[in-house]
Design a protein around this ligand. Structure first.
Ligand code: URQ
Ligand code: ZN
Ligand code: ZN
Length: 480
């Protein structure tokens, strides 16, 4: 199938130009004016609209088994909702149970994801350590296109990685040419504070942010970054939510360390007052970690994106419906952690970023798509409008408005943390590898048409670049 996208303005992370785009099969075949268009080409009128790379959401959890339940959004409904909002690829997480065979977990997730309608890839979490885990890291990087390993520094007693696991895994990732990612919260401190709060009779969702103050995140971010510095491995901090974590990232970047930071649309826009709402279900629906923060942190995160200290935005889409959240009715530590947003991230970032003068349109493309493609080594297959790139495209109407609501969203969850927000800047048409999957309200996604995207490890020269701290070659002291 050949598609001629006509009359629009191409916007990438690097440039803005009036140009048509010719899509041939799954690939972008030509970009420019006066293109040679085959007679049989289908035409899409993009007049008044922007043609941009489809969004890449580098942090989602479809059908995740977590905290005694399973996230309500599956790979089909989740990738469909994503594509309705202009996101054409997700990077989800394989999260083995401690002691579970890592390859078995990886195969489970690959099986669940076969129903995906949009493209996907996987970070793999290191939740325990022995020689089999080490061997699995090798197999995953060499044979399965995994180049990023995730470490949860929180969730003590479940999937938490302690320092010993971090050190072993980071060292192995360095050897393999992979990048380490971390959920930065000190799990021991969180556990301690949770027990203190429960002992004081604080059982409701208002206790959730009190058990996870910004310092808990800052300490963990700094520790993980320091471990990565000593072991000379690149590191990516997921869902940076606080000034404290941003400060740790900024310090390290200014010292030349390869550190990347991700911000969530939720952390940029929602503050911690939601946890004090008198409606228990409303407050619990916002329970996610790290929690939403006092307002001053939001502006700091925007400044992080503007200054390039934070490079990506994500949703951390991890949905639980009200009956699932009520599992923690008498104990806030049992409320399944997670909120949605895979469908809304692009419009929210446009409205509050470009619309409010915080980001240029090119910077919007960078933080919603291109930077993730570069950091996770799939650029320019993804994250670009370029000849030869996958035709993952959005035709974006910067003038159109929509009001976000659980009643109209395509996400499989009974709540929307952005409920009632009106955004200007809306996706009109989505192409996934050259197929129109969303057209002005007409959802045309198909189960199983999404493809797994392998991500090669980083080449040897990249590892050489890591040398931020020149350590003298170790020398033994000769003694008589
Ligand atoms: O911590 C995460 O990223 C997962 C497991 C989802 N839940 C959350 O609260 N962020
Ligand atoms: Zn997390
Ligand atoms: Zn997450």
């Amino acid at each position: 199938m050949t598609i001629h996208i006509k009359g629009g303005t191409v916007v990438t992370a690097e440039r803005t130009e009036r140009a048509d785009v010719l899509v041939d099969g799954e690939i972008i075949a030509a970009i420019g004016l006066d293109l040679d268009i085959p007679a049989a080409a289908e035409e899409i009128d993009a007049g008044g609209c922007l043609i941009m790379p489809g969004g890449i959401d580098p942090h989602t959890h479809m059908e995740l088994p977590f905290m005694g339940t399973v996230a309500s959004e599956d790979f089909f409904t989740g990738t469909t909702a994503a594509m309705c909002g202009g996101t054409t690829m997700i990077i989800d997480f394989v999260i083995p149970e401690p002691q579970q065979d890592v390859m078995e977990a990886y195969n489970d997730w690959r099986g669940w994801a076969e129903k995906a309608a949009g493209d996907y890839s996987f970070h793999v979490a290191i939740t325990w350590w022995d020689d089999s885990v080490k061997a699995a890291m090798e197999t995953l990087t060499r044979e399965h296109g995994v180049n990023s390993f995730k470490h949860f520094m929180a969730y003590k007693g479940a999937i938490m990685a302690d320092d010993e696991i971090l050190v072993n895994s980071f060292a192995k990732a360095r050897e393999l040419g992979a990048i380490c990612t971390v959920h930065a919260e000190n799990g021991d401190l969180v556990y301690h504070l949770q027990q203190e709060l429960l002992a004081k009779g604080m059982t409701g969702p208002e206790a959730h942010p009190l058990s996870r103050p910004p310092e808990v995140e800052g300490e963990a971010a700094d520790r993980a970054i320091r471990i990565a510095q000593v072991l000379d491995v690149p590191i990516y901090i997921v869902h940076t939510s606080s000034k404290d974590a941003l400060k740790a990232i900024t310090r390290a970047r200014l010292e030349g360390q390869r550190v990347f930071g991700e911000a969530l649309a939720g952390h940029l826009l929602i503050d911690d007052s939601v946890y004090r709402n008198p409606d228990w279900d409303f407050a619990a629906a916002h329970v996610m970690s790290p929690p939403f923060r006092p307002k001053e942190h939001q502006e700091a995160l925007w400044r992080g994106l503007q200054s390039g200290m934070l490079q990506t935005t994500a949703s951390d889409h991890c949905c639980f419906c009200a009956p699932q959240k009520r599992m923690g009715h008498n104990d806030f530590t049992r409320i399944p952690n997670g909120t949605g947003g895979v469908e809304d991230r692009m419009s929210l970032m446009w409205h509050h970023g470009v619309g409010k003068g915080r980001l240029t349109a090119n910077e919007f493309v960078a933080v919603t798509s291109t930077n993730a493609a570069k950091i996770f080594n799939i650029y320019p297959k993804k994250g670009a409008v370029a000849v030869g790139s996958d035709a993952d495209l959005v035709i974006w109407d910067p003038e159109r408005e929509r009001t976000i609501s659980k009643d109209t969203h395509h996400q499989n969850v009974d709540f929307n943390i952005f409920e009632g927000m009106t955004v200007k800047g809306v996706n009109r048409v989505t192409l996934s590898r050259g197929r129109v999957v969303y057209d002005d309200g007409d959802v045309r996604s198909e189960k199983g048409t999404g493809q797994y995207v392998p991500r090669p490890t980083f080449p040897p020269y990249y590892a050489a670049l890591q040398k931020v701290r020149q350590r003298a070659a170790p020398q033994a002291v000769e003694r008589a």
